[in-house]
Write a protein that binds this ligand. Structure first.
Ligand code: ZN
Length: 379
């Protein structure tokens, strides 16, 4: 675990400090932040080298107010991404070390966000999206593995020595269903969605019993745990993109090797890969390699219009090569699915509610869906 930490002080605002360099922060280099004479924190956002365009969206620092009254703190954030200002027009503050989140309007012009942040006394997280870091992942896995429903399965270790584990539940003789998220390190939506369904499963096991009777479910919260620890957007330090290269570059990253070996060993019937949608998107996207399943999903998909969202998505005959879901489809005729859920207007509790309703719509369909090589080929 990376425990390096840096504290940046501010001569004009002596009660205020910024922390970076802990689990999941971006930037990590204290040289990326200066406090100007007028008290403005100038922050240079970090993006890893060779990151594909449109993937530099992670930001995560802690803001401390050691005084006894709120302070107004000016920020100038210089984003690494020159072409996606609209994606930086909103951010989140997690009060009390992330226990309570609020979305903020943070207009971005020419890849610079100028804003004033009102900081109550205490320690608060300032993020692009509500974070789900390595500590959150390990705590969630431990919490769920302590229940009667879930089992922790060790898959291996990442290149930097973080545990790579998944949570298993359901019928060991059921059809194997792999659900992954955080191929891209900054995309925390899927993990919060899983958390929402887990909480329901534990509090009301009868509601999920029909699904668990037929499926053998494997949930992976942090595919690219090294990228998450480093606060990166796309690549871990090994340089492997766990989205579109996971199945192609297993020799370049021991974590990728462990994941692909384990998942191929399952020969899954279903594979769902969960992503974020950045920018002020109003659509939840669901893409699937089976037209009939797409039609069936639309009839049961929960109305999330109170999150300012409608459903989008489409049938995808062939996902990009290199995606694990595509590699599984080629090898085992696995049915591939991919989501992109936007944070915009949502806090973690809304994302958990969305995830609970999404899984409650999809998993019963999968439980009774014709699968196996022959059945899928016939469709
Ligand atoms: Zn993604």
């Amino acid at each position: 675990m990376d425990t390096a930490s840096h504290r940046i002080s501010n001569a004009a605002l002596p009660a205020i400090t910024l922390d970076l360099g802990f689990d999941n922060t971006n930037p990590r280099d204290p040289g990326a932040i200066q406090a100007e004479e007028d008290g403005t924190f100038v922050v240079r956002h970090f993006v890893e080298e060779n990151c594909p365009e449109g993937y530099s969206f992670h930001f995560h620092v802690a803001v401390n107010n050691d005084g006894d009254k709120p302070e107004t703190v000016p920020f100038r954030i210089r984003w690494s991404e020159p072409d996606f200002d609209f994606c930086h027009d909103y951010m989140y503050i997690g009060y009390d070390s992330g226990r309570e989140w609020v979305m903020l309007s943070t207009p971005c012009v020419d890849s610079v966000t100028e804003m004033k942040l009102v900081v109550p006394p205490g320690r608060h997280l300032f993020c692009h999206h509500p974070k789900f870091d390595v500590g959150d992942y390990l705590a969630l896995v431990d919490r769920m593995a302590a229940t009667a429903l879930f089992e922790r399965v060790e898959v291996g270790e990442s290149a930097e020595g973080h545990p790579v584990a998944c949570l298993r539940c359901g019928n060991p003789n059921g059809r194997k269903t792999v659900i992954t998220t955080r191929a891209h390190g900054y995309e925390s939506a899927g993990a919060h969605c899983m958390d929402g369904w887990f909480r329901q499963a534990v509090s009301d096991p009868a509601a999920v019993e029909p699904v668990l009777a037929k499926l053998d479910l494997y949930f992976f919260h942090l595919l690219n745990v090294d990228a998450v620890a480093h606060g990166r957007c796309c690549f871990g330090p090994s340089g492997v993109n766990f989205g579109n290269e996971l199945a192609l570059r297993t020799d370049d990253d021991v974590g990728a090797k462990a994941l692909t070996t384990f998942i191929f060993g399952l020969e899954p019937a279903f594979y769902l890969d969960m992503h974020n949608n950045t920018g002020p998107h109003l659509r939840d996207s669901f893409r699937v390699g089976d037209e009939k399943l797409l039609e069936a999903f639309w009839t049961v998909a929960a109305d999330r219009s109170r999150d300012q969202k409608t459903w989008g998505g489409r049938y995808v005959a062939s996902f990009s090569e290199g995606y694990m879901l595509r590699a599984c489809q080629r090898r085992f005729n696995t049915l591939p699915m991919l989501t992109e859920f936007p944070w915009y207007t949502r806090r973690p509790q809304e994302m958990r509610a969305h995830g609970r309703e999404f899984f409650n719509a999809l998993l019963p369909l999968l439980a009774d869906w014709p699968t196996g090589v022959e059945a899928v080929k016939e469709r």
